[in-house]
Design a protein around this ligand. Structure first.
Ligand SMILES: [Zn+2]
Length: 260
């Protein structure tokens, strides 16, 4: 049996880096780019209904601020990781604002503590925007976190040790039947640009001992390009996610937490 590790970023709605600021915003739908959390909250309910129904344990990477706004008691039976505090780009690649060592430590500690207080002590980490380097990983490691999932790698790679002693669980990225690049983030599925079979094929394309699949709770109810979904869109979006999970599980995987 191979492991299907279903990971869910629980962060602000359609998050976007804001130049010159650590704090991320949400996409501007006409009333500015201040962070919003309503789709993250609503999408969490939709996703949990699905996971409960299927008996699937997931791994949630929870953003500190989101854990203060959204009721996270609902995810207590799942594996809990953290995902920054205000969805900061920790390398500054997208904002042009690279945190100092002290700022980096402060951001990570605040996020870690918020999730500890509002959910449970995190046991793993995913960097917002997958923006990570050795300095960030060392700061994460100093919080006692051993498991990371902030890199992409070929689907044949599986878990591997990082130079600082942490264990990396990369998100697979490969090619589809047409040779187009596909990552195991369900983003394009939620936007109607990919079909479930593309992800099922990606999972089956290697024999690595684990397959990390990823999504966001807000993406269960809001498209980045198309905006908030109506009821039938939400149902069909959830059906697509269910099909991906079911068929991967039927293909010889078992759903497991990232840290057991
Ligand atoms: Zn995120």
């Amino acid at each position: 049996m191979r492991d299907l590790i279903f990971t869910v970023d629980l962060d602000r709605d359609v998050n976007l880096p804001r130049g010159g600021e650590f704090e991320a915003g949400s996409i501007d739908r006409g009333s500015g780019d201040s962070p919003r959390f309503s789709s993250a909250d609503r999408g969490l309910s939709v996703l949990l209904d699905l996971l409960d129904d299927m008996g699937v344990t997931a791994t949630f990477f929870v953003e500190g601020r989101t854990s203060e706004v959204v009721d996270c008691s609902r995810i207590s039976g799942h594996c809990i990781g953290f995902h920054g505090y205000d969805h900061e780009d920790l390398t500054g690649a997208s904002t042009g604002l690279r945190p100092t060592d002290g700022q980096l430590e402060g951001i990570l500690r605040t996020g870690f503590e918020a999730v500890s207080d509002n959910v449970s002590r995190p046991v793993c980490f995913r960097a917002p925007y997958m923006s990570v380097d050795g300095r960030v990983l060392d700061a994460v490691s100093s919080l006692g976190i051993v498991h990371d999932s902030s890199f992409y790698a070929g689907p044949e790679v599986g878990a591997y040790p990082l130079p600082n002693g942490m264990v990396e669980h990369p998100v697979p990225k490969g090619a589809d039947r047409g040779g187009r690049t596909i990552a195991a983030y369900l983003w394009p599925l939620h936007e109607g640009r990919r079909v479930p079979q593309d992800y099922i094929d990606l999972a089956m394309s290697s024999d690595a001992d684990e397959f990390v699949l990823a999504t966001h709770t807000w993406h269960m109810v809001e498209g980045r390009d198309t905006g908030p979904m109506g009821r039938s869109e939400i149902e069909s979006n959830a059906d697509s996610v269910r099909r991906v999970l079911e068929e991967i599980l039927d293909g010889g995987f078992r759903a497991t937490a990232l840290v057991r």
